[in-house]
Ligand binder design. Structure first.
Ligand SMILES: [Zn+2]
Length: 61
């Protein structure tokens, strides 16, 4: 019997049985996203702003 559930992260349908290693998530990516949220709460990381990488491009004339 296949149980269809909704992934708590991306809301896609996924299966809640042994064939889905990442249940109750649809994929490893969603599982990691949820884990990341949990870690953020634990350590109280409020600043989620991303750092601009390679913002400066030195131009040589
Ligand atoms: Zn998902």
């Amino acid at each position: 019997m296949n149980k269809i559930i909704y992934c708590p992260i991306c809301k896609n349908t996924t299966r809640l049985d042994s064939s889905n290693q990442h249940r109750p998530f649809c994929s490893d990516r969603c599982r990691l996203i949820d884990l990341g949220k949990w870690v953020d709460e634990k350590y109280g990381i409020a600043d989620a702003s991303t750092v601009d990488d390679e913002q400066t491009h030195p131009e040589i004339h």
